[in-house]
Design a protein around this ligand. Structure first.
Ligand code: NAP
Length: 322
């Protein structure tokens, strides 16, 4: 791949978030970086990527050869339902600024991040990489979904017009250390972890939002980080690739709650609050393309990853986002 040599300088936007922190750990602690490489992890404090001039100044300063683009307005079902306009505009501006500026500065490769929750609501299962634009997304998060889909449009057009090999990965629900554990605005697993922590501390029942029946594929942020680095180095397609555990590893929200309850050793009552929305019933994704490339990649077992994340949350309660 052009440009992958000892002078690789990788800019990671959104480097202070759940996925960015996991990539940083793999790069720094697991030998993910190679000799002579420079990795730069950014947060919104380095630049507001909604602003074109600030984005340009950032690229001027760091002159990256490669970009992992994670920065985004991210949130769970309930925050998405409240703020569809913010999710649309923030992400549209951030993505256009990063991708266009990368092109202008001659960046060799950009790997952006889509999500399986941007796929059509009415679809056949399992969903795969060819189906992103085949119909409207779920109404709860249409702002986020359409903004993310436009990354794929941008990448295809940029390849056709300029030959740039900018691509995107499509993770399923991510969880791990440094997640947003806010109960109202966060994703289901960190929200459940925080609620279980409080229920245990106060000796009260744990209230799980929704019926517990929806199905999800969860990926541990450290597994995703290892795969992200592989995509940056080895994956040469412009078309996106789903990064997910297999269809057989899909779990219900009820099973996910049980894993969290076990990790905390919570002995109280668990109540499913069916007055709260469930969101999409399922969004089962195929990881066949990933398996074609990496048949032997080993995902961390779900219960182990949940336990590590709960332990991190307890140990870092004061600094955790919540
Ligand atoms: N979490 C999931 O389940 C999931 C699933 C599929 C895909 N993804 C995608 O994965 C990527 C990373 O998500 P995450 O869960 O790691 O998110 P996160 O923990 O919320 O982190 C978001 C990151 O984006 C930065 N950011 C937000 N707005 C910015 C702005 N205007 N300018 C510059 N930086 C900005 C934040 O900086 P500060 O720390 O300074 O605020 C932070 O580093 C996103 O593209 C997301 O769409 C996430």
């Amino acid at each position: 791949m052009e440009g992958v040599d000892s002078k690789m300088r990788v800019l990671v936007t959104g480097g202070s978030g759940l996925v960015g922190k996991a990539i940083e750990r793999v790069v720094k602690e697991e030998g993910g970086a190679r000799e002579g490489e420079e990795w730069i992890f950014l947060s919104s404090k380095d630049a507001n990527l909604m602003d074109a001039a600030e984005t340009k100044a950032l690229f001027q300063k760091h002159r990256p050869t490669h970009v992992i683009h994670l920065a985004a307005l991210v949130g769970g079902l309930f925050k998405n339902m409240r703020q569809n306009l913010d999710f649309w505009r923030n992400n549209l501006y951030i993505n256009d600024n990063v991708l266009q500026t990368a092109h202008e500065f001659g960046v060799v490769k950009v790997v952006s991040c889509l999500s399986t929750c941007i796929f059509p609501d009415k679809t056949t299962y399992p969903i795969d990489e060819t189906m992103i634009h085949n119909g409207p997304p779920h109404e709860s998060n249409f702002g986020y979904a359409y903004a993310k889909r436009m990354i794929d449009v941008h990448n295809r057009a940029c390849f056709e017009q300029y030959g740039r090999r900018y691509t995107a990965v499509i993770p399923t629900n991510v969880f791990g250390p440094h997640d947003n554990f806010n109960i109202e605005d966060g994703h289901v697993l960190p929200g459940l972890m925080h609620k279980t922590y409080i229920a245990q501390k106060e000796g009260k029942a744990l209230h799980v939002w929704g019926s517990g029946t929806p199905l999800r594929q969860f990926i541990y942020s450290l597994d995703l980080a290892r795969l992200f680095i592989w995509v940056l180095r080895e994956y040469d397609e412009v078309e996106p690739i789903i990064l997910s555990v297999g269809e057989e590893d899909e779990v219900s929200i009820k099973q996910a709650a049980e894993a969290v309850v076990n990790a905390f050793g919570f002995k109280g009552q668990v109540v499913f609050d069916t007055s709260k929305a469930d969101g999409q019933f399922k969004k089962t994704a195929s990881n066949a393309k990933l398996r074609k490339y990496l048949p032997d990649f080993k995902f961390t077992p779900f219960d182990k990853a949940i336990k590590e994340t709960c332990d991190w949350f307890v140990a870092n309660y004061d600094i955790a986002r919540k």
